[in-house]
Design a protein around this ligand. Structure first.
Ligand code: HEC
Length: 99
């Protein structure tokens, strides 16, 4: 009985872990078209090359778009792209793309 519970718990952890990493991959997937696979493109010839931004700058920018405290002439577009992101997803994106 004890062993059975341990295995169940272990399985649950694995599932949660893979769901987590799965979300992170998806979170940036919708950005690739404009920003490039690794953030190496200037989105619509307008954005900074986000791969050159630090992790902190990316978090700052994304939260800023959500709170309407950051952005240039095309910020409305970006606000629509990031409105649904959780803090955890923002951090994952920053880890993945930022310097
Ligand atoms: C339709 C194209 C498009 C998509 C999709 C898109 N972006 Fe952007 N992104 C832009 C543009 C254009 C800007 C510049 C907006 C402005 O004027 O502030 C920008 C700006 C940014 C910036 C700040 C860089 C700067 O120039 O200050 C970050 C960080 C960023 N995007 C991340 C993301 C992330 C993460 C996603 C996916 C959740 C995403 N973008 C999806 C076009 C896009």
């Amino acid at each position: 009985m004890y062993k059975f519970k341990t295995i169940k718990l272990f399985t649950l952890c694995c599932v949660l872990l893979s769901v987590n990493t799965g979300l992170a991959a998806d979170a940036y997937d919708s950005c690739i078209n404009c920003h490039g696979e690794k953030g190496e493109k200037r989105a619509l010839q307008r954005s900074k090359i986000i791969a050159n931004m630090s992790k902190d700058e990316i978090v700052f920018a994304l939260k800023g778009y959500i709170n309407n405290t950051y952005g240039g002439p095309m910020k409305t577009l970006m606000q629509g792209k990031v409105a649904h992101l959780s803090d955890a997803q923002i951090n994952e994106i920053a880890q993945k793309i930022g310097k």
